[in-house]
Design a protein around this ligand. Structure first.
Ligand code: ATP
Ligand code: MG
Length: 574
């Protein structure tokens, strides 16, 4: 990382012109350009009370991205762990894994707000000493009732005018554990008539006699988010504190705290729109409910928008970063089409995955003019556009499987696959013609009898005759059977969080979000797929060997995404 921002090269300028900076990057560039800051320091501040999701990825890409783009910049990973009741080391570990997997490195800069508890306590004492904070004995309900409304000013707490000396003593006794939960809080003494409700003597500290995942029983007094966050930013020398729009109304409080204690620096808070996705929920509380109620199989269920779920589903870090780049940064909340996320993984996997053949819903085809017992090893390209990906051998035999969907007894005009009397190409193999349809007593098709044209070896006719359809297949005697999981959207409503007609997101769960095919017929080489390995199964989509349930020699496959946007098509058809 040789380039500093002041020393930009020609290529940097060209790049800057090609891609306009978003409003946050523009502010950062100006602050570096004007010399306000010598280098940029950002932070990603998760609360360890759940797993990270795709919305967090937006924030991670922004914070770490800005540091990387500005030579010498750094981004901190800071756990905002001020609520002992909801936080857990399991979450801390998962968050670290996810940030690293996304491709970002915090280096030495990993911090915990809980490491600042002593310092924060000192800042609170400072506020008390200068008459800007007081110990209040109203209950939380009473405080809420005193707060007023946006149009009606609040009323002062009867404890507001306690002397600094009395407040200091009470605050120390709160720390010493003399009072029980909920009986006293520390409040900022600001303005009960402020039009901004967050400025009406906000609660800064509360008593919680709950052990903390890092500080154990050392503290029973915990700082609130609004007090902790700005001071943690300042302690770490953060230059730009980037957060989502709902914190815009908290910004005056962020600034008030920093202006009223002897903090080293005053970072600038800048807000951006949070990511919301169609057919998805991105609230940790809702995700936790889905997990706890067993609606999904854990935080890394491949149907969830969590980073770990997406990873298990087969998403690549590159595709998630590309998605975050595409959506950009704005100042207004909107709903992003989940198809955009699916598009970014297709783009990535199209280039990087090797092609394989798999039959999910098998229909047996007997090639009546192919010798019984004969095995022909056919050459199959691993990637249609990349010769460097090489080829593999696939066995061809008298009995094969094709997809049930690839046959219709009475095909409509635009159906170019198998039908009585029709000729199609078997990928990498031969042209075959369907001569006979075998049915069971219930009238269901159980088998097709076809003949192949030996002259079309490899899938091309020397006489130049064309077939309109090419279908995939797997040798029946060589097929490797494995479970394949097909995923659909977890919710049927476009905006499941929107509550209407007494329905909540839980009423919009898609009952068909998971389909397990117990024994799909796969080409034999797939038996050796390693957990996490990704493929395109020709014509079916991109698949990934599951990292949790695959065993050596017995992979289980997850469909990451279909090849085309089947959902949009289905919706259009109505
Ligand atoms: P909750 O779901 O309970 O509101 P949270 O999503 O805000 O929690 P945090 O752990 O506090 O969870 O988030 C860490 C950071 O990620 C914050 O800076 C937050 O603004 C950002 N973030 C969270 N959700 C999104 C989202 N959907 N889009 C963009 N950034 C997000
Ligand atoms: Mg939050």
């Amino acid at each position: 990382m040789g380039n500093t921002n002041n020393n930009s090269t020609v290529t940097d300028n060209v790049e800057a012109k090609a891609e306009p900076l978003d409003f946050i990057r523009e502010i950062v560039a100006n602050d570096l350009g004007s010399g306000k800051h010598a280098s940029v320091v950002t932070r990603f501040p998760p609360e360890p009370n759940g797993y990270l999701h795709i919305g967090h990825a937006k924030s991670i890409c922004l914070n770490f991205g800005i540091a990387l783009e500005n030579g010498g910049g750094v981004s901190h990973l800071r756990f905002d762990d001020t609520n002992p009741a909801k936080e857990d080391v399991e979450y801390v570990d998962a968050i670290k894994e996810d940030v690293q997997w996304l491709g970002f490195d915090w280096g030495k800069n990993i911090f915990f707000a809980s490491d600042y508890f002593e310092k924060l306590y000192g800042f609170a004492v400072e506020l008390i000493q200068s008459g800007k904070a007081f110990v209040c004995e109203l209950t939380l309900d009473e405080i809420a009732a005193h707060r007023g409304t946006p149009t009606k000013p609040g009323t002062n707490s009867p404890y507001r005018d306690r002397s600094p000396g009395e407040n200091l003593e009470l605050f120390q006794r709160m720390r010493d554990g003399e009072f029980s939960d909920g009986t006293r809080v520390l409040r900022g003494k600001i303005d009960m008539a402020s039009p901004n409700l967050h400025m009406r003597d906000p609660v800064l500290y509360r008593i919680r006699k709950t052990p903390h995942h890092r500080t154990g029983n050392k503290w029973c007094l915990y700082p609130m988010y609004d007090f902790t966050h700005c001071l943690s930013d300042s302690i770490e020398g953060i230059t730009h504190s980037l957060c989502t729009l709902e914190f815009e109304v908290h910004r005056p409080l962020y600034d008030w705290v920093l202006e009223n204690v002897a903090a080293g620096s005053h970072p600038r808070q800048i807000e951006f729109a949070r990511l919301s996705l169609t057919y998805t929920v991105l609230s940790k509380r809702k995700l936790l409910t889905l997990v706890e109620e067993g609606r999904v199989a854990g935080w890394d269920d491949p149907r969830l928008p969590t980073i770990s779920g997406l990873r298990r589903r087969g998403y690549t870090p590159e595709s998630i970063r590309a998605f975050c780049k595409t959506i950009g940064m704005t100042k207004f909340n909107s709903l992003t089409d989940v198809a955009l996320l699916e598009h970014s993984i297709r783009q990535d996997l199209n280039d990087i995955t090797l092609r394989r053949m798999a039959v999910l819903r098998p229909l047996k085809v007997v090639i009546t003019n192919f010798d019984e017992g004969k095995i022909e090893e056919l050459e199959a390209a691993n990637h249609p556009k990349n010769p460097e990906a090489g080829t593999r051998k696939v066995p061809f035999t008298r009995e094969i499987y094709v997809e049930r969907d690839d046959f219709m007894e009475e095909p409509p005009r635009k159906f170019f696959r198998l039908g009585p009397g029709r000729e199609v190409r078997l990928r990498f193999a031969y042209f075959i013609t369907c001569n006979e349809v075998i049915k069971n007593t219930a009238g269901e098709v159980t088998e097709l009898h076809c003949t192949h044209d030996p002259e079309t070896h490899g899938g091309n006719a020397p006489d130049g005759r064309k077939v309109k359809g090419t279908i995939h297949w797997v040798s029946a005697s060589h097929a490797f059977e494995a479970p394949v999981r097909l995923y659909d959207r977890l919710f049927t409503a476009e905006d499941p969080s929107k509550e209407a007609d007494g329905k909540t997101y839980l009423d919009h769960l898609n009952a068909e979000s998971l389909e397990v095919i117990a024994d799909a017929k796969l080409e034999p080489g797939l038996a050796k797929a390693e957990p996490g390995e990704r493929f395109q199964f020709e014509r079916l989509g991109y698949f990934c060997a599951d990292t949790a349930d695959s065993q050596p020699g017995a992979p289980v496959f997850n469909r990451t995404v279909t090849l085309r946007d089947a959902w949009a098509k289905r919706q259009k058809q109505g």
